[in-house]
Design a protein around this ligand. Sequence first.
Ligand code: GLN
Length: 179
Amino acid sequence: MNIGILALQGAVSEHISSIEKNEINAIKVRTPADLQNISGLIMPGGESTTLRNLLKNSGLWKAISQSSLPIMGTCAGAILIGKCQDETFGKIDMIIDRNYYGRQKDSFEKNIRMENNKIFKGVFIRAPAITSIGNKTKPIAWADDDIVGCIEGKNMALTFHPELTNDLTFHKLWLERLK
Ligand code: GLN
C-alpha cells in the first residue's frame, strides 16, 4: 500500500516519517498523476488559503474533488475537507471554524482524550475548531468538551498535529480504515 502526502506546503516531512514508521510507503503528491497509485491521501497542516491556491494551480483541486480517495486532514487539511465559510472539499459533514483560538492562544499543547480514555498529547497551532458535526460523522477525540477529531467513512479530520508527536495512534487508526 502507498500513502500519498500532499506536498505543496506545510508539515509534509513529519507525516512522511509517521507513515514510514508504520512500514508503509509514503509518496509526495504534487500533481494529479501522483494520485494514481495511492490508497489514501494525507492533507497536512499549513495555511488553508495558500493550500487552496496551490491545489487549484496544480490541478489537484479538481482531481481530488472528483475522487473518492480516503483523506486524513490535519489542521489546515481538516479545514479543507470539512465545511466552513471558505471554499472546501466538504468530504466530511462538519462545520469547522478557522483560527478559533485567536491570537492569545496561537499555539498550545493540551491533552486529548479518545473513546477508550487513552490520552494523546495534542499540539495545536493556530488551530481551527469543529463546531458541529452531521449525524453520519463520528467524533473520535476531545479536548475538554470540544471535539478535536472526527471520522466519516474513510475520511478523518483532526484539528491538531499528530505528526509532531511520536505517538502514531491517529495515523494507525486511519490506516486501519483503509485496509
Ligand atoms: N490557521 C491555519 C488556517 O486557517 C491552520 C493552521 C495549521 O494548519 N496549523 O489555515
